[in-house]
Design a protein. Structure first.
Length: 127
């Protein structure tokens, strides 16, 4: 799930900047590809290290989990998801109007944060 959050949130940010789905998918994948690959590689190595254990069941779990992460990160997140998002076009970013009024506009980009008014900090000696 972390891969999906990294990937799609970055694609959404790019879509908001450019308004073009193809550019958003391409730039979002390029920006998060290294992060997804590094995180998947770490998990694969940890799970593959289970093979060095003594019990056959632990070895089987290690191989299965390492293979599952490899398939998920490489095939699903880096190939299938971007391909489907290219095919769907602007339908990726459709959001119901009724929910748009209820849910706040959230962003993970620090540049989108609005400066909040300064809150006075009480003097510790007076408290």
């Amino acid at each position: 799930m972390d891969y999906q959050v990294f990937l799609v949130s970055r694609m959404h940010e790019e879509f908001l900047k450019s308004g073009d789905n193809r550019t958003a998918v391409r730039n979002g994948l390029a920006a998060t590809g290294k992060t997804i690959t590094a995180a998947a590689l770490i998990m694969i190595l940890v799970f593959a290290s289970f093979v060095l254990g003594g019990q056959a069941v632990i070895k089987e779990f290690g191989i299965g989990l390492a293979g599952g992460v490899l398939v998920d990160a490489v095939l699903i997140r880096m190939a299938v998801v971007p391909s489907l998002m290219m095919l769907l076009g602007k339908a990726n970013w459709w959001f119901p109007k009724s929910l748009d009024r209820v849910l706040p506009g959230l962003s993970v980009d620090a540049d989108d944060l609005v400066a909040l008014p300064a809150v006075p900090v009480p003097d510790p000696e007076l408290v």
